[in-house]
Design a protein around this ligand. Structure first.
Ligand code: C2E
Ligand code: CA
Ligand code: CA
Ligand code: CA
Length: 279
């Protein structure tokens, strides 16, 4: 028994060091990914449910790994966050979003809004408003074309710092959104005190809202509450026309999901926009 116990220990230990080695490898590769231009941004369309028209896009990062192909953000964003690499990658994401925005405006989408995901450490980077301001200037843009998405955990953990940063960014014209709403410890009391423009209902509630009465109730009451607070509401994870119709009945403002479009890579984006403009 002792021997096998020892074997188990050894196996476990090897597994642990294999995991650690894989993790160090991943960090090393992520450090190089920015320099080697392996990141790209895909844009997923957002639709105004009142007019039925395209109103903007959410920018979603992609990593083209030389051996593994496309790696999902859920696999590498947490590592970028733990290593602080997210700060530099975040500036790259905003720069790339501005370049897309300028291209979309030039193509004829004058009022386009691009939603950009901001991690907690990025949001609390003191230089964020200055750096974003410089990037905007480089492309001749103003902040009102951008919606910055933060999650509930950013707010809850650093309430007063977050609030201060929100006011600085609002002064530059940025719209602010709370992402993944309903999954964290959102307090309505916090929400009331913050200069937030938009709430995004998490896709985990939206995808099943036709079959699951609880999810349906959560979505319906979130829409009603958000509108009573005078804010706008986006449903993400919209995969069918039936869900679109239900959201319209509840006067949800905007929707995003596979029913309308997958996130679009650069090569697909202009074709998509030309098709929209011809309608
Ligand atoms: P998120 O911000 O909640 O983004 C929405 C995710 O839902 C995206 O996954 C999108 O591709 C996916 N999605 C879109 N439509 C549908 C649908 O109809 N059904 C379902 N089931 N899913 C849909 P993605 O691109 O894999 O991104 C995962 C997460 O990674 C994002 O979740 C966000 O938290 C993070 N992320 C992505 N890009 C960035 C970035 O540039 N910076 C930061 N900090 N985080 C990012
Ligand atoms: Ca998001
Ligand atoms: Ca989300
Ligand atoms: Ca998410």
């Amino acid at each position: 028994a002792k021997a096998s116990g020892r074997n188990c220990y050894v196996v476990f230990n090897q597994q642990m060091s294999a995991d650690l080695a894989a993790r160090i490898q991943l960090e090393t590769e992520l450090r190089q990914a920015l320099l080697l231009q392996q990141f790209s941004l895909s844009l997923q369309p957002q639709v105004n449910l009142n007019s039925g028209k395209l109103c903007g896009f959410e920018a979603l990062i992609r990593w083209q790994h030389p051996q593994r192909g496309i790696v999902a953000p859920d696999e590498f964003i947490p590592v970028l966050e733990q290593t602080q690499l997210i700060v530099d990658v975040g500036y790259w994401v905003f720069d790339r979003s501005c370049r897309y925005c300028a291209e979309l405006i030039a193509a004829g989408l004058n009022d386009v809004t691009i939603a950009v995901n901001i991690s907690a450490d990025q949001f609390l980077h003191t230089k964020l408003p200055d750096r974003f301001g410089q990037i905007l200037q480089r492309y001749g843009l103003s902040g009102h074309h951008f919606e910055l998405e933060i999650t509930e955990s950013t707010l809850i953990n650093n309430f007063s710092e977050t609030l201060g940063m929100m006011y600085r960014l609002k002064a530059q014209g940025f719209r602010l959104a709370i992402d993944d709403f309903g999954t964290g410890y959102s307090s309505l009391n916090y929400l009331k005190q913050m200069p937030v423009d938009v709430i995004k209902i998490d896709k985990s509630f939206v995808v099943n809202m036709l079959d699951n009465p609880q999810d349906y109730q959560i979505v319906a009451s979130t829409i009603a509450m958000v509108q009573k607070l005078g804010l706008q509401v986006v449903a993400e994870g919209v995969e069918s026309l039936a869900v679109v119709k239900l959201l319209q009945q509840h006067q949800c403002d905007f929707a995003q999901g596979y029913y309308f479009s997958m996130p679009l890579a650069e090569t697909q984006l202009l074709a998509f926009v030309q098709q929209v403009l011809q309608q």
